[in-house]
Design a protein around this ligand. Sequence first.
Ligand code: G1P
Length: 305
Amino acid sequence: MSSHPPRPVRKAVFPAAGLGTRFLPATKAQPKEMLPLVDKPIIQYGVEEALDSGIDNIIIVTGRGKNSIEDHFDVSFELERMLDEKGKSDLLAVVREVSDMIHVAYVRQKEALGLGHAVLTAEHLVGEEAFAVLLADDVIDASVPVMRQMLDVYEATGASVVAVEQIPGEAISSYGVVALAESGGKTPEFAEHRFVGRACRITDVVEKPRRENAPSDLAVVGRYILSPGIFKHLKKIGRGAGGEIQLTDAMRALAKEEPFYAYQFQGRRHDTGDKLGFLKATVELALKREDLGAAFRQYLNALQL
Ligand code: G1P
């Protein structure tokens, strides 16, 4: 572990250029990142997690048809004036909070060549510093934001960190899967930290392996802290699984030359890129809401399923 604290992570990249085919027809004229979970678009959960973790420089990688994401984080003068004139100060505050929230830069990914390619598209905005990547599909409900938990590991090690979750059975082959440096995930060097037993160095990571070839049952979820060394690998790796430039392939190359940690986060992840996952997230997040929870619970109980 380094004795000097590493340079702080200031920037978070949100790849958001995907076509959202799993949610057609809802995503025909609307980006999947803008589908609402209760009353907030999916991407706003991730942006709030980054902000709550102390990262306020947001880079969104967009593509064709994604203008509503930019509009969402922009000031809407007409809407604000209308709410102001009607005396709807509570709604005005909600709307202003979104546009005041972030310093945001957009970069266009002109071709959908994969997650690795999306991250590489942001290189000139990131520069030579460690940065975060958040995949908005993975909405994680946690008392300490997961990116904040990961920054603790980064600040202790100066190394890249990827969030992982145990996934049983066949479903593991839908993910990147890590190989740990030590069995059991215990890392004695972290004995004094609260993430003891949760962070472990990785030796490898494989994108969407068949179950019998998976190096562990620890799946990569959409939260990364990456050293800028990732970019040179992203340029070299070429196409991998599914014919796409995979972030995972660049991570495995990086893990061979620099320390790279997997971190088993504390929190509940919802895969909102999946229809069932989206429904579950909607129900669970609505049940936790002060303004809706009690009435919604009563309604669900009355269904007598
Ligand atoms: C992407 C990554 C994969 C990771 C997953 C997490 O896959 O390529 O390594 O496990 O996100 O959500 P995708 O879900 O885009 O197929």
